[in-house]
Design a protein. Structure first.
Length: 151
C-alpha cells in the first residue's frame, strides 16, 4: 500500500516512517536480455543460460544495475506526494548488492524514510529501499534514494 503525503512539507519530521512493501515482480530472462541490450552488458552470467547453468549461480542472474533500476518502479508504489509541481530523482547513496537475483526469482521493494529536509524551493527525502528476493535471507540491493519534491 502506498503511503501518501498531502504535500512536500508533510514529509518533514517523518524520519523512521516505514513505507511497507511494493508488489512482487518476477525477473524473467526476457527482462534480463532487454537490459543487456539497452546497456551493452552481455556478460554470460546474465545472458547465456547454458553456460550460466555450469557457473557459480547455477543459472543466469539479473544485472546488479537492473536490480538497482527497479527502485524507479518500486518507489512510487511505496511513496506518493500530492500537490507538487514536480518531483525529481536527485541521486542515490550507499548502493550495495548483497545477493544475486537468479532468473525466475520474485523481487519487491520495501522502504523507510531516513531523512526529510527543506531545500531551496522544496523538500528532499532520503528513502532506504531494500530490494528483497523472495525466499532469500539477504536482500539483492539496498539503496538510499534521494528525491526532491516541489510544491
Amino acid at each position: 500500500m502506498t503511503t501518501v503525503f498531502d504535500n512536500p512539507a508533510a514529509l518533514l519530521g517523518t524520519e523512521g516512517t516505514h513505507l511497507g512493501s511494493s508488489d512482487w515482480l518476477q525477473i524473467d530472462q526476457q527482462r534480463i536480455d532487454l537490459f543487456a541490450e539497452a546497456t551493452g552488458d552481455h556478460q554470460w552470467i546474465h545472458v547465456d543460460p547454458e553456460r550460466a547453468a555450469q557457473g557459480p549461480f547455477g543459472k543466469t542472474i539479473a544485472h546488479g544495475y537492473l536490480t538497482l533500476s527497479l527502485a524507479n518502479l518500486f518507489l512510487p508504489q511505496l511513496l506518493r506526494v500530492d500537490n507538487v509541481s514536480m518531483g525529481v530523482n536527485y541521486g542515490c547513496d550507499k548502493v550495495r548488492f548483497p545477493a544475486p537475483v537468479p532468473v525466475g526469482s520474485r523481487v519487491r521493494g520495501t522502504g523507510e524514510i531516513l531523512s526529510a529536509e527543506q531545500v531551496k524551493g522544496g523538500v528532499q527525502v532520503v528513502v532506504r529501499m531494500t530490494i528483497e528476493v523472495e525466499g532469500s535471507d539477504r536482500p539483492a540491493c539496498v539503496i538510499d534514494t534521494i528525491s526532491r519534491f516541489f510544491p
